[in-house]
Design a protein. Sequence first.
Length: 184
Amino acid sequence: MAEYKLKTPLTDADVEKLKIGDSVRLSGVIYTARDAAHKRMVEGLDKGQPLPFDIKGSLVYYVGPSPTKPGNVIGSAGPTTAYRMDPYAPRLMEIGMKGMIAKGKRSDAVKDAMKAHKVVYLGATGGAAALIARCIKKCDVIAYEDLGPEAVRRLEVEDFPLIVVGDAQGGDLYIEGRKKYESR
């Protein structure tokens, strides 16, 4: 397992070198979106409307942060379980998204789309929301403000700690990690 420092936007070359279990420290701009925002984005695409951000090379963090306390950039920002975005993720991959950040297993359709479009799935540590929030240096709501915590945000992150849980070659840490311990 390797360790990488990556800066957004990601390229195919960035994604192709990553393997399950690798550690990543991510810096740059990422976007937040959960269920309702994903639904709106895909419905907008179906109507020929542009997304609220440039999807090419982007990463989407599945998070609905808690309210921001005075003096902080963001509230607690722990990952949301990914499977709720599975109906929408392949569409975003088709048009240039290069990574997703969340927790939990992904569907076969999402894993197939990851291989086809060279996309990585990065795991953020659940239960470490306050620690993760320290890596977020700037936060701006850029779309769907009416969704409250589920609004789309533009985050500037620095050394955001992540683990590759799904790679562009079809590796799945949830499956391979379990096999490793079951064989003992």
